[in-house]
Design a protein around this ligand. Structure first.
Ligand code: PAF
Length: 281
């Protein structure tokens, strides 16, 4: 496995692979890798070569968010990548990705208006911009994203289609701890009490799944059952619990065919997300 820091080195390596007729899978990450990321890297193993980017992208963090404290550990990430079968890590500095006179952005309407887009203004502009740049640098055949960031996955799929990017976008299942907590680099912020309290997210998701599976279709009823669970946990504070259309990410009062039940909850100062994808019948 090779670790490179410059765009030039990624391009040269990928060009050589292309000359050899090899396919390339790509997993963009912000590092501090866990089994969730490793599952994406393993899924990307369906290609001949796998590139992982590790870049904490300042553009997708709001001014009061955790950019400065976001966990970083390249040695730990190298081990996780190598275990999962990556061939190349691209770990650029901020100055490599954003020149001083950087002026261009990729933005999106509608799909970014609700959920995390509403409470984290400019987040998806940062995500779309950096992912477009990374796609232009790596030029993969396929790119892999976790379904935990369900809105991000929908946004990237829309962007790739709208901008005619010749890249297949693949969504991979949420990976959970044994007790149900969705794996996240931000789980490392939680102290022991908060770690226990964080289970309310997956409990709320399971409640939504139970209700939908048993035939409940009214969004308000499902959200109210989920809220009751979250509100009963003193360390938890709801950012949002919403049920949205899979296509538009806009709220729907009744679940018809498919739906995304998404929630963001503060556990102490840490904001965690989780969701349930109902694919419909
Ligand atoms: O999901 C993430 O870790 C980030 O949003 C991504 C896709 C790597 C872009 O910075």
């Amino acid at each position: 496995m090779v670790v490179v820091k410059t765009i030039k080195e990624v391009r040269e390596t990928v060009k050589q692979w292309r000359r050899e007729g090899l396919t390339v899978g790509f997993v963009p990450t912000m590092g501090y890798l866990h089994e969730g990321h490793q599952s994406l890297i393993r899924a990307a193993g369906e290609n001949d070569r796998v590139v992982v980017s590790i870049f904490v992208n300042p553009m997708q963090f709001g001014p009061t968010e955790d950019l400065a404290t976001y966990p970083r550990d390249l040695e730990h990430d190298k081990e996780k990548c190598s275990e999962a079968g990556a061939d190349l890590i691209f770990a650029p500095e901020v100055s490599e990705m954003y020149e001083d006179n950087f002026q261009s952005y990729v933005d999106m309407n509608l799909l970014t208006e609700e959920l995390c887009g509403l409470t984290r203004p400019c987040h998806f502009r940062g995500v779309c911009t950096v992912v477009s740049k990374l796609f232009n640098i790596v030029k993969p055949d396929r790119a892999y994203f976790g379904k935990k960031d369900a809105q991000q996955l929908a946004v990237i799929k829309r962007m790739a289609a709208d901008l005619n990017m010749d890249i297949e976008i693949i969504g991979c299942p949420i990976i959970r701890e044994d007790d149900g907590l969705a794996k996240s680099s931000r789980n490392t912020y939680l102290n022991a009490d908060e770690r226990k309290a964080a289970l309310v997210l997956s409990q709320a998701v399971r409640k939504a799944e139970e209700l939908i599976t048993s035939g409940v279709r009214n969004s308000a009823e499902i959200i109210s059952a989920m809220s009751a669970l979250i509100d009963a946990e003193p360390l938890a504070k709801t950012d949002y619990i919403k049920i949205v259309s899979l296509d538009t990410m806009q709220q729907i009062p009744e679940i018809d065919n498919g739906a995304l039940v998404a929630l963001a909850v503060y556990i102490g100062k840490t904001r965690l997300i989780d969701n349930y994808f109902y694919e419909g019948k």
